[in-house]
Write a protein that binds this ligand. Structure first.
Ligand SMILES: [Zn+2]
Length: 176
């Protein structure tokens, strides 16, 4: 089944009043910032969105997005495919000063002067934030086994007494 393209902007208040649901895609070519942060974007982003008004009468947006990208493994240098999903809860606000009053579960997002929010920007931000800090293969898939890695390893301390310490004590005893 071919998925519909998501609108790039939406009026969240109207969408919430209509209890709108979206199930669609953002095509890979639009995810330019994500492409710059990765080796390549391999798939369109699949997105589901639900707009609602909660029992505190807040407009809320609950969504999930998934995508597949290529990343460069920081251990062996090869590219590998990373597929992942993000989930987010937003409350679109006309007045950003109200952000402090929001329940912690919701992130604020400002409604622009046209009464809209940018779905492309919101979803791309979420996908970028969720990229791994250090891209790495799963250990079993990586060319460099962790046994060969030395960084962060402190060689076990030598238990024998330091020969120089013995000399020091001899010197001191000779002086007396
Ligand atoms: Zn690797």
């Amino acid at each position: 089944m071919q998925k519909v393209k998501l609108p790039l902007t939406v009026d969240p208040i109207r969408a919430a009043q209509k209890r709108s649901d979206y199930d669609g895609i953002i095509t890979a070519n639009l995810l330019e910032r994500l492409a710059e942060s990765t080796q390549s974007v391999n798939s369109d982003a699949s997105v589901t969105l639900t707009f609602d008004i909660d029992n505190q009468r807040l407009v809320v947006l609950h969504g999930k997005a998934s995508v597949s990208v290529d990343l460069e493994c920081q251990r062996c240098g090869d590219a590998y495919t990373h597929s992942y999903e993000v989930e987010f809860f937003y409350s679109p606000l006309r007045n950003p000063e109200k952000a402090d009053e929001l329940p912690e579960a919701y992130e604020p997002i400002e409604i622009d002067e046209n009464g809209e929010i940018s779905l492309l920007q919101l979803i791309e931000d979420e996908l970028m934030v969720a990229l791994p800090q250090v891209a790495m293969h799963d250990e079993v898939d990586c060319k460099v086994s962790s046994d060969n890695l030395v960084f962060g390893e402190i060689p076990s301390a030598d238990e024998r007494p330091n020969p120089f310490a013995v000399l020091e004590s001899l010197k001191h005893s000779n002086k007396e």
